[in-house]
Write a protein that binds this ligand. Structure first.
Ligand code: ZN
Length: 219
């Protein structure tokens, strides 16, 4: 019984914390809406292909859309450099020990730029599939990137993250045969966990599926 009480206390504190985050996320959302900027929270494990996806998107969209990217990472700026080289303006946010981005970070980041100068904002969240899902960033859509190289059980092991996704990109389909993971199995798991999510099988390397994904994002 004693243990149960302790757990309940922790839940109350966490709920309060997340409620504050949601309030700031709402502010971010309004700021973006007022300037007709669309933003995307891109989540996924380390190595799933979040940066590669952003780079694919930037390369295809940079001539028609003004793009700003926010790259979250614990300590490095490797991804930010790659995205910059693809042709987007990028700000790097090193989160240190924080394993996720929160709405306040995004609020501060977009307060420093003139939103009138941009059409799209891609936010690369910190690489993990657990806590980023709890923190609403005020974006229009949440995209979760998963790759076949992560094995066949990723979706079922992280139901909350996938449950919160608007779009899921099943990446590295070109490697599916080598790693013996069936992208259709991942898609079936996704339909089970989150029937609302739009699922796109793609390969940032070959370009397969990216145009369809973009179509869905810009809807
Ligand atoms: Zn975290």
């Amino acid at each position: 019984m004693e243990k149960k009480t302790i757990i309940e206390k922790e839940i109350v504190i966490e709920t309060d914390f997340l409620k504050k985050n949601d309030e700031i996320a709402e502010r971010v959302k309004k700021m973006l809406e007022s300037q007709q900027v669309r933003a995307y929270d891109i989540m996924g494990s380390v190595g799933a292909g979040k940066s590669s996806l952003i780079i694919s998107l930037v390369k295809r969209l940079k001539n028609e859309k003004r793009i700003y990217a926010i790259a979250g990472d614990l300590t490095t700026h490797i991804d930010a450099d790659r995205i910059k080289n693809a042709g987007a303006e990028v700000v790097q946010i090193n989160t240190g020990r924080e394993c996720h981005l929160n709405a306040n970070t995004i609020y501060e980041s977009i307060s420093r730029i003139n939103l009138k100068n941009y059409d799209l904002i891609f936010i690369e969240n910190v690489g993990n599939l657990i806590c980023p899902a709890d923190f609403n960033l005020g974006t229009n859509k949440r995209i979760v990137v998963i790759s076949v190289t992560e094995g066949p059980h990723m979706v079922l092991k992280h139901p909350y993250t996938f449950w919160s996704a608007d779009i899921v990109a099943i990446n590295k389909t070109d490697l599916a045969g080598y790693v013996e993971v069936d992208p259709n199995k991942l898609e079936r798991d996704l339909k089970h966990v989150n029937p609302r999510a739009k699922v796109y099988k793609c390969s940032c390397k070959t370009g397969e599926g990216i145009e369809n994904l973009i179509g869905e994002m810009l809807k």
